[in-house]
Design a protein around this ligand. Structure first.
Ligand SMILES: [Zn+2]
Length: 265
């Protein structure tokens, strides 16, 4: 079962043709898409997409609720947890996130990123919901924070994993799941990830497009707007299968089963 666990469908780049994009996904045999929430407003927009399209695409769309580390300066100790809790109560919301740490560009200051991340963790623990995590150039601190709470939160996925083997094993040691995007299909910057992709136990792996970003570079054609969409998820699977022992069909079956169980969808 093909399940895209991370698609930014509330992006403006889908404004004019979201219904067609969902139809393309269906035609490409996608069963389910989890729309990523990256701020309070974007999480609400993700929920609205689920609601608007449920009649045409029943049981296909889900959302996460969270604040991306890039937007962590909108975190407010008084109101954010209340807003997130309200969003998380919606039946379409299946995980808390996107949250985590990004010290690559530090678009928000590291200390506010950490406070926001910890508030998300507390909420996920309280609601017994899975976490949808982002991390870039911040593995040491992210691992420390996760470790401190590991006996309390139920499950978490490091989405768009692009780090090294050592970091991979540290996340796996914490019994986390790993999300892989079209980064692995990139014949230049994906080389390191290609070398370690077979080290991920198949039952800890899930797949995602991160649409509209990260258009898989192994595609046989390239869309004229250069926009990635969930329908291109099979290319991510192909990019993974090229560096693992299992067939594409096996990867689709197992990652789909894992995603259904992880998000309870
Ligand atoms: Zn991310």
């Amino acid at each position: 079962m093909l399940i895209d666990i991370g698609a930014n469908l509330s992006s403006q780049r889908f404004d004019g043709d979201i219904a067609e994009v969902l139809q393309h996904a269906k035609n490409a045999n996608l069963e389910k898409i989890v729309i990523t929430g990256t701020s309070i407003a974007e999480s609400q927009a993700a929920i609205d997409l689920c609601t608007t399209h449920t009649a045409d695409f029943p049981d296909m769309l889900y959302a996460t609720a969270g604040i991306h580390p890039h937007s962590a300066d909108q975190f407010d100790p008084q109101s954010t947890s209340i807003s997130l809790r309200r969003l998380a109560a919606h039946p379409s919301v299946v995980a808390i996130g996107e949250t985590g740490l990004d010290f690559f560009r530090n678009l928000a200051a590291p200390d506010i990123q950490q406070r926001s991340f910890e508030a998300h963790l507390e909420l996920a623990i309280d609601l017994v919901m899975p976490l949808f995590l982002h991390e870039r150039n911040a593995a040491t601190r992210q691992l420390e924070i996760l470790k401190a709470h590991r006996d309390q939160f139920h499950s978490a996925v490091i989405h768009c994993f692009t780090s090294d083997r050592k970091t991979l094993y540290k996340y796996l040691d914490l019994d986390l799941h790993i999300g892989i995007t079209g980064w692995v299909c990139d014949e230049r910057r994906g080389l390191d990830l290609q070398k370690i992709i077979a080290d991920i136990p198949l039952n800890r792996l899930m797949v995602e497009t991160d649409s509209p970003y990260l258009l898989p570079r192994n595609m046989a054609f390239s869309p004229k707007n250069n926009r990635n969409e969930p329908a291109f998820l099979p290319w991510v699977v192909a990019g993974i299968a090229a560096h693992r022992a299992e067939s594409e069909a096996q990867i689709i079956a197992q990652t789909g089963a894992t995603a259904r169980q992880f998000f309870r969808i």
